[in-house]
Design a protein around this ligand. Structure first.
Ligand code: NAP
Ligand code: MG
Length: 462
């Protein structure tokens, strides 16, 4: 797609307030593919004003009509799915097939789910002598990361629109073209002017202006824990609603009764998909001591098979950072059994699929979010130790448990401090609430729980 040189505000592409631009780089070959405007506080002001003006009419639009507009948006995403996949591949680097299936496919599912939920949700209920109305919170400031560029946008904008909120989006600086494409889709879908607005720009400038803007009623942020803490503090000081979807260090717990080959194979694939840039990736594999050596061999083999099928990391900074973590793992005494810190290609921000054995729970690579294709295999002696290790980080976003039967896996999963657990390879469900325990965040996205984040209640007594 062709990049826009303005901001999408009030239903049109407007000239940016400043003259600075952001260069968009293809991480597979390090070439600049486009420039987009770097927004400043004035752009954010204009966008928040447009969202504020559009709010009363959109909030008063019957849910069935809001649902119809979201369904139209879903249809535009379907019609443009090849272009979406090509755009994500160009600016994120994901292999085209993965972009088609996941980066284009999942947002279509999620948009469709909110078209249905907007039409069927009970925005009004009777509680004794009261009628309780679920009303939209107001203007939403959405700040999104680059790792699933369209999914992260749709997971915020679709429920916000379904609720009757209006939105200003500040997407990640690395993936603004996907966000511009989304703005085009909103326009084509006939969503009224000002209901959705886009300001591209840098986090500490445009992002910070949006998060602290007095005209924003709710901030929804996905990204690093460091920035999330700052946004939470700013929102708290203004007594403003906030949703934070932050990092993870999720455990893939393989109980001794499990199908080991399957659990290891699916576990490695879960991390390597999107080059390890998935907040809910199961980056710690927990294996019983009796099966440890076999699991290590299987994981090394699975990672080696990935070889060239893995995409690059998003940018040079992440390339340096992830390889730094791999060096740190070696320095702290973990044993490399696949991959390593050397860049496998001269051009592009590639990292080899990497597996560490003999990782102990307190090592840096077992505690911090690496956000690259790195699996750490940790040994446990009994189930209680496995649980202590699984729960032994500041995070609690996701996880997996494998056992001979679901009931055994469920019993373990119920003791995990984490927001979602896949049982014996359970499939992604776009209606299931997604979000974290502990420092993985505040609030939930997707499905009816995701919709309720954008609603507040008003009780009338009779
Ligand atoms: P990040 O800085 O937290 O980026 C997330 C979003 O917040 C981007 O739109 C970013 O803008 C914006 N932002 C940055 N500083 C801000 C500020 N002071 N105020 C308001 N908004 C701000 O994350 P990152 O630098 O891209 O990645 C760093 C690490 O974060 C990764 O290695 C990974 O560990 C983690 N991460 C987690 C997720 C997740 O899904 N949970 C996603 C991405 C990254 P810019 O794009 O301009 O920075
Ligand atoms: Mg950043």
């Amino acid at each position: 797609m062709k990049a826009h040189d303005g901001m999408y505000i009030g239903g049109e592409w407007r000239v940016a307030a400043g003259t600075d631009t952001i260069a968009v780089v293809n991480p597979a070959d390090e070439q600049v593919i486009a420039h987009v405007p770097a927004g400043v506080a004035e752009d954010v002001d204009a966008a928040v004003f447009a969202a504020h003006e559009a709010f009363p009419a959109w909030a008063a639009t019957p849910p069935a009509e809001r649902a119809a507009r979201i369904a139209a948006l879903r249809d535009v995403l379907v019609a443009r799915k090849d272009e979406i996949a090509e755009t994500v591949t160009a600016e994120l680097g994901a292999p085209l097939q993965f972009s088609q299936m996941v980066h284009a496919g999942v947002p279509i599912l999620v948009a469709g789910s909110y078209a249905e939920l907007a039409a069927s949700y009970a925005f009004e209920e009777k509680v004794g002598n009261s009628t309780v109305y679920a009303e939209p919170v107001g203007v939403v400031g959405a700040i999104t990361p680059w790792n699933y560029p369209l999914h992260q946008i749709v997971a915020k904008v679709a429920p916000a629109l379904a609720a009757g909120c209006t939105v200003v989006l500040k997407p990640a600086e690395d993936t603004p073209l996907t966000a511009q494409l989304f703005a085009e889709a909103v326009h084509e879908a006939g969503i009224p002017a000002g209901v959705f607005n886009l300001v591209t720009g840098l986090g500490p400038v445009a992002g910070q202006a949006l998060a602290g803007h007095p005209g924003v009623d709710l901030v929804s942020f996905t990204g690093s824990t460091a920035v999330g803490k700052q946004i939470g503090a700013t929102a708290g000081a203004a007594v403003k609603r906030v949703a934070l979807e932050l990092g993870g260090k999720s455990a893939n717990v393989i109980l001794p009764s499990a199908d080991l080959a399957k659990a290891v194979g699916v576990g490695v694939a879960n991390v390597m998909g999107n080059s390890g840039q998935t907040c809910s990736a199961w980056t710690r594999m927990l294996v019983h001591t009796s099966q440890y050596d076999e699991a290590v061999a299987l994981a090394a083999e699975a990672a080696a098979k990935y070889g060239d099928r893995i995409g690059p990391l998003v940018n040079a900074k992440q390339h340096t950072r992830v390889r730094g973590y791999i060096e740190k793992g070696v320095a702290e005494g973990a044993r490399l059994v696949a991959g390593g810190p050397e860049a496998p290609r001269e051009q592009g921000y590639f990292v080899s699929p990497t597996v560490f054995a003999d990782v102990t729970p307190e090592m840096t690579i077992a505690q911090e979010e690496i956000f690259g294709p790195v699996v750490s295999i940790i040994r446990y002696e009994d189930e209680d130790e496995a649980l202590r290790i699984a729960n032994g980080t500041v995070y609690g976003l996701a996880g997996a448990v494998w056992a001979a039967d679901d009931a055994e896996a469920v019993a373990f999963a119920r003791r995990m401090d984490t927001g979602q657990v896949d049982i014996n390879g359970g499939r992604f469900n776009p209606l299931a609430p997604f979000g974290g325990y502990k420092q993985s965040g505040v609030g939930r996205e997707l499905g009816a729980h995701g919709l309720s984040e954008y609603l507040q209640t008003k009780s009338l007594q009779f």
